[in-house]
Design a protein. Structure first.
Length: 281
């Protein structure tokens, strides 16, 4: 295993060994290795790169290092900065997973059940990608998760830029029997008073987080942004149903199965509760 001490050294090591795999916490990597799905020709360890294990402030944003662990993001000082991401980090599994798993690993593995992913999608986070020769480029996290842009040879996720909204934001998830703490459905929801908007992303129900854009626009038009921001229970209920129908549609041409109906109800409850909590925060 190669153990670089800087981001550029790690990029150089990956460029020199195209078949090598980067590893930070190794929670997803080792699961793939143990199940026989992956046999890496080499490893580039990222654990000694201090520059990606913290965060800094940058023009109204937080620049988060990709090496931040879930345990670190779950602490009170980080929760004061980005509450929904801290809540997702605290829900990421048992202590051994939270202590090892990283923000960058959650993004790079792009597992549908990744808890950070719907929050990052709702926050419209941007990835800072490190490439050979000190190159840096930025892409929206949603583009990578949707496969519209891929990491090139020798590229690494170095940082995640997240806007500091100083406004209510919520993460909720429902778990099932698929594994310890693994989401059946999850929701990241943020209010953006400056733009009078609601941003919501649903995780675990599809290969990538889904944004119910029409539902966002509809409910944002009902909120009194200059008043108490309260909504009637009927409006909250309708928002949940709107989100659920958008994110868990009927599998045409067949009618929805009991499993689909149950998932739709779960998403509706999560979306309704998330918006209700955000509006009363």
């Amino acid at each position: 295993m190669t153990l670089p001490t800087s981001l550029d050294e790690a990029v150089a090591a990956l460029a020199a060994m195209p078949a090598a795999v980067p590893v930070a916490g190794g929670t997803d990597l080792m699961a793939a290795v143990n199940s026989g799905l992956l046999r890496p020709a080499g490893l580039v360890g990222l654990g000694r790169i201090s520059e990606i294990r913290g965060w800094q402030y940058q023009d109204g944003h937080a620049l988060l290092g990709a090496g931040l662990t879930h345990a670190r993001m779950g602490r009170p000082d980080f929760a004061a900065l980005i509450p929904a991401l801290a809540a997702a980090a605290r829900a990421a599994g048992p202590p051994q997973i939270r202590n090892a798993g990283t923000l960058g690993g959650n993004i790079a593995s792009a597992a549908p059940t990744g808890d950070a992913l719907p929050v990052l999608a709702a926050l419209e986070a941007v990835l800072v990608i490190a490439g050979p020769g000190g190159a840096r480029r930025e892409i929206p996290v949603s583009h990578l998760l949707a496969g519209r842009e891929m990491l090139g040879a020798g590229e690494l996720i170095g940082f995640v830029r997240v806007p500091l909204l100083h406004a209510p934001q919520v993460f909720l998830k429902a778990t099932g029997r698929t594994g310890p703490g693994r989401a059946v459905a999850s929701v990241g929801l943020v209010l953006d008073p400056a733009r009078r908007g609601v941003r919501c992303a649903i995780g675990a129900v599809a290969p990538m987080p889904l944004r119910p854009l029409e539902a966002e626009r509809w409910v944002a038009g009902l909120i009194d942004w200059d008043g108490d921001r309260g909504l009637a229970p009927e409006a909250l209920e309708a928002f949940g149903e709107y989100v659920a129908m958008a994110c868990v549609p009927d599998p045409a041409p067949e009618p929805a199965s009991p499993a689909v109906l149950h998932l739709r109800r779960t998403v509706a409850v999560l979306a309704r509760r998330a918006l209700g909590r955000a509006l009363t925060s």
